[in-house]
Design a protein around this ligand. Structure first.
Ligand SMILES: [Mg+2]
Length: 235
């Protein structure tokens, strides 16, 4: 059995919450901390939980409490819901993503989710985008900061879910530079989704196969089967 593990933001769902600045606004409003730095690639780990810790630590020298983190997550969900109520805009799937997950499962692939978002905000996005996530083995940044640890946790959950010790092949599907680094570190092949802001970057980072969306299932499947571990490129 082969495992396909997906990132969420920019991979299965579009950047609605990012474009609407919901994460930053949630921190500013829930914790009263203005002026959040948004160059995410400059943070050691680009996950919602780690960036929140860094932001709060820089502002006041101590990390957020668990209650503060939950308050930020709740505020983020309500900001996303408010925008939808006011404007009708919401998190959407990358075209074909939901159908692609169903088709992969129908063909006997194991599916898992590993996202740098929180479980609570991720569930809101999946629901809004119509992605069938219920019952899928998944890991989020509530568990760990480094993306590689989140991916390992999702792998362990997928293995337990399917009652296996290992998979014949593990392929990750992601959209950002940090996904490439994580796959290089774990030695996992990567298919890049070049739908958003990192489109031009991925091939330059050594990603062998990319897709713009999932509408051409056969093309995606071919990329899954032939993708390589991102090669190291000279700095
Ligand atoms: Mg992403």
């Amino acid at each position: 059995m082969k495992l396909v593990m997906f990132d969420m933001d920019g991979t299965l769902t579009d950047g609605f919450a990012i474009a609407e600045n919901c994460y930053v606004l949630a921190i500013e409003q829930a914790l009263n901390l203005p002026g959040v730095k948004t160059e995410w690639a400059t943070y050691t780990h680009t996950t919602a939980s780690f960036c929140l810790e860094e932001i709060v630590r820089r502002a006041r020298g101590t990390p957020p409490t668990a209650a503060e983190s939950r308050a930020v997550q709740a505020r983020m969900v309500s900001l996303m819901a408010d925008i939808t109520k006011r404007t009708g805009r919401c998190t959407r799937e990358i075209p074909g993503a939901a159908a692609c997950l169903r088709e992969l499962q129908r063909r006997g692939y194991a599916i898992a989710i590993a996202s740098g978002d929180w479980e609570a905000t991720a569930h809101h996005k999946f629901k809004s985008a119509g992605i069938p996530f219920n019952g899928l083995p998944a890991a989020f940044c509530d568990l760990a900061h480094p993306r590689t640890d989140i991916m390992r946790a999702a792998l362990a959950r997928a293995a337990a879910h399917h009652g296996r010790e290992r998979f014949d092949r593990i392929t990750y599907v992601g959209d950002a530079a940090w996904d490439v680094r994580a796959c290089r570190e774990l030695g996992w092949p990567l298919v890049g989704v070049v739908a958003g802001e990192f489109s031009a970057q991925l091939p330059a980072l050594g990603v062998t196969h990319t897709v713009p969306h999932y509408l051409d299932f056969d093309a995606f499947l071919a990329a899954l089967e032939s993708a390589k571990i991102p090669r190291t490129v000279p700095a």
